[in-house]
Design a protein around this ligand. Sequence first.
Ligand SMILES: Cc1cc2nc3c(=O)[nH]c(=O)nc-3n(C[C@H](O)[C@H](O)[C@H](O)COP(=O)(O)O)c2cc1C
Length: 459
Amino acid sequence: MRAGSVMSSAIQLAVQSAFRAASQASQQWSQVHQTGTLFRTALLRVRSPRTGYSHRVQIGPLKLSSNLFLSPLAGYTNLPFRLVVRELGGVGLCTTDLVNARSLLETRAKAFKLIETRPADSPLAVQLFGSVPEEMRDAALLLESRGIAAVDINMGCPVRKVCQVGGGSAMMTELSKTTALVRGMVSAVKIPVTAKMRLGWDDQNITAPDLARALEDVGVAAIFVHGRTREQGFGGMVNLAGIRAVVQAVKRIPVIGNGDVITPQAAKKMFDETGCAGVSIGRGAFYNPWIFQDTLRYLKAKTNARRSELSSTSFRSVSELERQSPVLDGEAAELIRDDSPPEPSFTERVRVMCRHLDLMIEVFGEELGCRMFRKVAPMYSRRFGPAAEFNKRVVLISSRADFHDALEHYWRWRKPFLDEHGELLPRFQPAPLVASFMREDHPDQGGQIRVPKGPVEVW
Ligand SMILES: Cc1cc2nc3c(=O)[nH]c(=O)nc-3n(C[C@H](O)[C@H](O)[C@H](O)COP(=O)(O)O)c2cc1C
């Protein structure tokens, strides 16, 4: 049999099983949601909507369906990746890689490729960097004229080339110059202008709260803040108290927390401890583009549980509620209480990875799309369990056929790591991911998230 046809039946099987798994998961979740609805109807005594996690957030006039955001990741958050994330659901707003304002005005093909979009990729924010006020203003106008929903300003990029000309993190050190530049952009366009920053240059210069307040005063519609300083790079822990200080510094506008959110539980902790209006996820979406939908579901389940707990005239706690209620079976109760949705199965990961490659080829052409995919596929395989053989081959692909050969070979190679049901044997399962700021709760769990190699190491 030809490699191609073996592959297509393997993929077909995988896809069928992925759909089965997906439909089981969704049944499970609809059971949970149904249960939640029954609770609400039965109890009719929800005390305060503040006990839950509202999904809605508004950025200027832009009403978003979710308060979860895809962070800009230069080299990754291109149109195919954004479409994958949107197809899986749960994301409120995606942002492009950072784009040089001047390159847009000079109509450079590379810059225009970065802002390529289509109706399914909406709403979309484009992130600009630059330090010349007129260029930033005109680039914002250009984006508005092309139907882009929002413009984000990069104030966090620590790369020397960007900072040397007064862009990126350097903007955090020059308050009056920065606010003047931003004022010019805000008054030129009707679409919301937002700013993305770190906490400051270093621990001695935590400028984000002051900067956020000053930017609010000149009309910025939201602040995105990565809870680390420029000096920290990606080291150490995300500082939730630092994000909280930014939340407390502004009067009205939403502050979106960012940094190391790689699980639904980490998103909840960021919401709980910072009071932020939304959470933006970058690297967590590399390994797990399902994270947005999973997080929304997790927060919804938490909200239901919390509300039930609070309607305690007749029931004191969720566990008491469970004992008295015939509708909440053990599994649903477990999901409502603590667990996040199960990790996607191997076949679901493969299905989405194949879809991602298809979109890469559609948008960039077969050869470039495959070459670009060489660094993307290993992100998926990080959660496959043993994957050395796949990674070795996938970094050499130049065509769809090469990719399918690598996958087919891997499929066979992986068999010894599986039990009789086709599941990874426990000792080969990847360690659970744990956010930097949740390690004290799970000191024995080390699964962390890497920063890709290259000039972005210090982002
Ligand atoms: C590979 C890579 C590229 C990045 N590119 C950008 C960028 O273009 N603009 C930006 O504001 N931040 C960029 N960042 C920073 C992320 O948006 C985000 O703030 C940071 O990764 C922390 O969030 P995370 O832990 O969820 O990834 C980049 C980070 C990485 C790792």
